[in-house]
Design a protein around this ligand. Structure first.
Ligand SMILES: NC(=O)c1ccc[n+]([C@@H]2O[C@H](COP(=O)([O-])OP(=O)(O)OC[C@H]3O[C@@H](n4cnc5c(N)ncnc54)[C@H](O)[C@@H]3O)[C@@H](O)[C@H]2O)c1
Length: 435
């Protein structure tokens, strides 16, 4: 089929590339000239495993193209996917203005009926607004579908091509059948397509993220209890995760959730609740715990070094909000580094891929903040190492080498990736979470 993608970021680029890989003709549009220029040259503007290879292959085989011209996409596509950002608005609402404006622009360009698919995360009722925009601004009939995206950055290509499920929300049976057929390429072993009404699909996306964030905050609270009582959160996690009613995923205590989705989606769902007279007390607590947890390592650092951090130097390993991505939006590592700088300390940061993306997120330039390509180099003369993102290469480092580089052998492990016993043997002072 001929597909158009509007917004070529983490979701749009993966969607476009994977649909091209399954044989469709795809044209992707973005209003950022640097992104389009880079993509036209086969260079992926984001770090996402497998994506660049697939991108190049599909450009070469002429199934994938890029443009800044919305008209070109609208006129040449049978189905148009809206993959635009829906960031947090001032009052916590999801700001859907980009999606709404794009819908209006598309409606004005339309020369025939099309299927419009929204993939952005949008609050319940937004689909109705989008449909109204088309009926006011175009004589051509569109069939609207809400198809929320569940990919995880760092595993996005595999998640898209082998999804747990695909949710399709629409009142148009014709559109549902066409979108089902499009995804059938990824459903060879079993059919995991769930169809529902549009509003239920809108709520499904927020409910999924809220449930996952709740698990994280719950475990972080239990971790606190473990610390106070001398128990071990890893044992508790195994003890409960093996109950198949609970399951093993998303039970890791740590420095809290970050990223471009959970923080804003939890806020937006709370706001949608408020707008509908529902007080989401549980989600408010989830947020509060997460805020506390983001700064948990800092409390431990101050308990060890004292309130004043001036004269102290720290290495931070990991800047992306999780491994295998360069996305640093709402990253706990940046929040922690920022606080240390505010408190007078110096910070050496190192991330395998996210150094460049992280630079602009630091509010002020500071001679006390240094970026390192090599993570061992970042340890030179530091008073302590803080591990914030559990990249694989950080999991089994050479502790003897580390000790010889660091000023003092102290590790704050925000992801519980090290064995406290081993570190004790190696004469490190070790702080984990929940143990
Ligand atoms: N990133 C994820 O892991 C993920 C997962 C599921 C759902 N989502 C949701 O998908 C949506 C997109 O997220 P993302 O992470 O891909 O965002 P993103 O910021 O990575 O990408 C959005 C792209 O849209 C472009 N853009 C902005 N305004 C535009 C306009 N008017 N016309 C054309 N292009 C425009 C931007 O330049 C950018 O390249 C959001 O609603 C998000 O909540 C994201």
């Amino acid at each position: 089929m001929k597909l158009g993608i509007i917004g070529t970021g983490y979701v749009g680029l993966v969607t476009g590339t994977c649909f091209a890989e399954s044989g469709n003709d795809v044209i992707c549009m973005d209003n950022n000239p640097e992104i389009i220029e880079s993509l036209k040259n086969g260079k992926c503007p984001i770090y996402e495993p497998l994506l660049e290879e697939l991108l190049r292959k599909n450009i070469k085989e002429e199934r994938l193209g890029f443009t800044m011209d919305l008209k070109e996409v609208v006129n040449s596509s049978e189905i148009i996917f809206l993959c635009l950002p829906t960031p947090q608005g001032d009052d916590g609402t999801a700001d859907v203005s980009r999606v709404i404006s794009a819908a209006r622009e598309i409606a004005l360009i339309l020369q025939e009926g099309k299927i419009i698919v929204a993939k952005s995360t949008i609050p319940v009722g937004t689909g109705e607004k989008i449909r109204n925009i088309f009926s006011i601004n175009s004589v051509h009939k569109i069939n609207y579908v809400y198809n929320p995206e569940f990919l995880k950055e760092g595993n996005a290509v595999m998640d898209f091509m082998s999804p747990d499920r695909v949710v399709i929300g629409s009142s148009s049976n014709k559109a549902i059948d066409i979108i089902k057929d499009l995804y059938s390429a990824f459903m060879r072993t079993s059919n995991r397509i769930i169809t529902m009404d549009e509003k239920s699909a809108e709520i499904t996306k927020y409910a999924a993220n809220a449930m996952l964030a709740t698990r994280i905050s719950f475990m972080n609270d239990i971790a606190l209890l473990c610390e106070k009582t001398g128990a071990n959160i890893d044992s508790v996690r195994t003890g409960i995760g093996t109950d198949n009613r609970i399951g093993e995923k998303f039970l890791f205590a740590g420095v809290g959730y970050g990223g471009s989705c959970f923080p804003k989606d939890i806020k937006a769902l709370i706001k949608t609740g408020d707008d509908n007279g529902i007080d989401f007390k549980l989600l408010k607590a989830v947020e509060e715990i997460n805020y506390r947890q983001k700064l948990m390592l800092l409390h431990k650092i101050k308990r060890h070094f004292g309130e004043k951090l001036s004269g102290k130097k720290f290495a931070i390993w990991g800047l992306s909000f999780k491994p295998k991505t360069d996305d640093v939006r709402e990253s706990p590592a940046i929040a922690i580094a920022q606080k240390i700088l505010e408190d007078g300390g110096s910070v050496n940061v190192s991330d395998p891929v996210a150094n460049e993306k992280a630079r602009p997120f630091f509010k002020r330039k500071s001679s006390k903040l240094k970026f390192f390509e090599n993570y061992y180099d970042s340890l030179k003369d530091v008073d302590a190492l803080i591990v914030v993102t559990e990249w694989n290469e950080f999991r089994k480092p050479d502790f003897d080498k580390m000790k010889s580089i660091m000023k003092t052998p102290v590790i704050f492990d925000g992801r519980n990736i090290y064995n406290p016993k081993l570190l004790k043997e190696k004469k490190f002072v070790y702080y984990g979470i929940g143990k």
